[in-house]
Design a binder for this molecule. Structure first.
Ligand code: BGP
Length: 472
């Protein structure tokens, strides 16, 4: 592969990303309480279970809780400059509404940070990644309830106080806009989606937005050197045709996601969003204090996940929802899809980077991108590995587009591939949808040694980092 890519900026934060519930396991160790993930054995497509069940792969996940030192050493071997992980809220506040945190939970992340420091890896911490304490979901209906703002603020304050001197980069909520699609997983909202009123849903969104601003405020007070970013699921919507009605339909769909960046960066609700609320008959309960918080505590940077683009049309007859594309959208005839129906669009990443930069003029951080695929462990020259040329091609093509965006003048802080080590999938709750540079020996039935094996992409990514993208 020969490079036409402009050099990536000095200090570019190359690395990988994970989330506590998808890697740690030890779901009932160290004083941890249950989180909503502990009752989601089948992912987001099926109803939740009554309590923890043995078929939930997340109970053990990839056992990062006990193997973090070995795993971080492997990341260091690839040359990672940053490692994104989340803190499990229910390790710190097992029920979510206690007055005092759980010291054993805090001590675990001290140890994770020790390992990062040992290898010169900059931590990138997600405060809340789809793991609301179950008690908050059951007793309060999650973020529908305003009380969650206070519980989250207390939790965030504990994190900034404890780790603020050693963690610079923080994300307030993973894919904050996804609560619109997956209210239980993303917002801990127990009311089933089909019974959830638009008022409750948008009120929950509002509470999260205020909590996000509050976290930024607390960071300024407690850890002034901290950089706080929002995290958005980015999914550009292209018009299916040049019909102006399709163009407008695409803009409207795009704004579903863009609104979250607008609010985090500009500190107020945009007019088109207020119109959407009005038309949905939603009267938001919003106080003057909420307004002031949003306005005064905007983010330092914008981070996002990027996997797919979608098409949009105003013609209902053409609104055939893409199979396996969990968030819907009309298939794009110019694109191929992954085994799970996620349409692969490297240029879309350049589009998003340019769009976000033009719109917000804030540094951008790509904190998730990657290909979920079924891998086969094979033996090459006596070494067990995975020959994942498909993953290399996917990442290479996307990174070339990041290089193009940088050449366009976009300020990109870094890039962390999703699931740098195989982990449990968020949507399917299985292990067979793998993203990693490191293979973990565990299958969908939970069988396997949990041994780690380097895939072909491991060396490929190490080379990309070592050359700052020149090898792309
Ligand atoms: C994002 C989530 C991650 C992650 C990723 C891949 O939406 O932030 O937690 O899992 O998607 O999705 P999946 O695991 O369903 O393939």
């Amino acid at each position: 592969m020969s490079s036409t890519v402009a050099p990536f900026p000095e200090g570019f934060l190359w690395g990988g990303a994970t989330a506590a519930n998808q890697i740690e396991g030890a779901y009932a160790e160290g004083g941890k309480g249950l989180s909503i993930q502990d009752v989601m054995p089948q992912g987001i497509m099926t109803p939740r279970a009554e309590g923890p069940t043995a078929d939930n792969l997340k109970q053990v996940a990839i056992d990062f809780y006990h193997r973090y030192a070995q795993d971080i050493a492997l990341f260091a071997e690839m040359g990672f400059r940053t490692f994104r992980f989340s803190i499990a809220w229910s390790r710190i506040f097992p029920r979510g509404d206690e007055a005092e945190p759980n010291e054993e939970g805090l001590a675990f992340y001290d140890r994770v940070l020790d390992e990062c420091e040992k290898h010169g890896i900059e931590p990138l911490v997600t405060i809340s990644h789809y793991e609301t304490p179950l008690h908050l979901a059951e007793q309060y209906d999650g973020w529908v309830n305003r009380d969650l703002i206070g519980f989250y603020e207390r939790y965030a304050r504990v994190l900034f106080s404890r780790y603020g001197h050693r963690v610079t980069y923080w994300l307030t909520f993973n894919e904050i806009n996804s609560v619109l699609h997956a209210p239980f997983m993303s917002g801990g909202i127990s009311t089933p989606k089909d019974q959830l009123s638009a008022s409750d849903l948008y009120q929950a969104v509002h509470h999260e937005l205020v909590a996000s601003a509050l976290a930024t405020k607390v960071a300024r007070e407690v850890a002034p050197q901290a950089q706080v970013g929002c995290m958005i699921l980015a999914m550009p919507a292209y018009p299916l045709s040049p019909d102006p009605d399709d163009v407008m339909a695409a803009l409207t769909t795009d704004r579903t996601n863009l609104a979250f960046g607008d609010i985090h960066v500009r500190g107020e609700y945009p007019g088109y969003y207020l119109r959407r609320l009005r038309e949905a008959g939603v009267e938001l309960q919003i106080t003057d204090e909420d307004r002031a918080l949003l306005k005064e505590h905007t983010v330092d940077f914008v981070s996002f996940s990027y996997y797919v683009s979608i098409c949009e049309t105003a013609d209902p007859a053409k609104r055939v929802v893409g199979q396996g594309n969990i968030f819907g959208g009309v298939p794009n005839p110019h694109l191929q899809a992954s085994e799970w129906g996620w349409q692969i669009d490297p240029v879309g990443l350049r589009v998003v980077l340019n769009q976000f930069w033009d719109r917000w003029q804030k540094p951008l951080f790509i904190v998730e991108n990657g290909l979920g695929a079924k891998d086969e462990l094979v033996e090459v020259d006596g070494v067990r590995t995975v020959v994942d040329d498909y993953r290399i091609a996917y990442l290479n093509d996307h990174l070339v587009q990041v290089g193009e965006a940088i050449a366009d003048g976009v300020d990109v802080m870094g890039y962390t591939t999703w699931g740098c080590i195989d982990l449990v999938s968020a949507s399917t709750a299985q292990l067979s949808k793998r993203y990693g540079f490191i293979y973990v020996d565990r299958d969908d039935e939970g069988a396997g040694t949990l041994e780690r094996y380097k895939k072909k992409s491991f060396d490929w990514y190490a080379e990309v980092i070592a050359t700052d993208g020149a090898s792309l």
